[in-house]
Design a protein around this ligand. Sequence first.
Ligand code: ZN
Ligand code: ZN
Length: 149
Amino acid sequence: MKTLCLALVLLPLFATAGDEAKKKRDFKKIAVVQGTIVCLGCELEKDGADAQCTLNAKHAQGFKDADGKLWSIVDNLRGHGVITNEKLRGKEVKLHAWKFEKAQYLEVWQYEVKSGDKWETFSCCTDCGWEKGDSGENEMCEDCTEKGK
Ligand SMILES: [Zn+2]
Ligand SMILES: [Zn+2]
């Protein structure tokens, strides 16, 4: 009986696995959200949490939207740079990201930082990391794409 239950639970997962994979990196679904990069732990402290920011999280950063809602950032290659780059803390940004409303998570693809009255775009290259510039939907910067040819 246990096996049967498991099979019934897993079956829908397998059935949709293909569709889910296709949904990944669907640039039509990318959202541009404007707000501020904040330390999530420090924000939670303000609401009474004992976040212990310095113990484990090391002031891991997230995103605060215009409504004051806090969003975590998916800690992948791109996200990690946003979570850990202290220079971004307190900065007004526009994140180009996939939104996972239920979990209040953002998977970041690119971001723009407000500098004066201009917005500067930053893109992430799988080889050199975050750099200024707009590489669109490309995984790598122009230089690395050239090198790879
Ligand atoms: Zn903190
Ligand atoms: Zn590169």
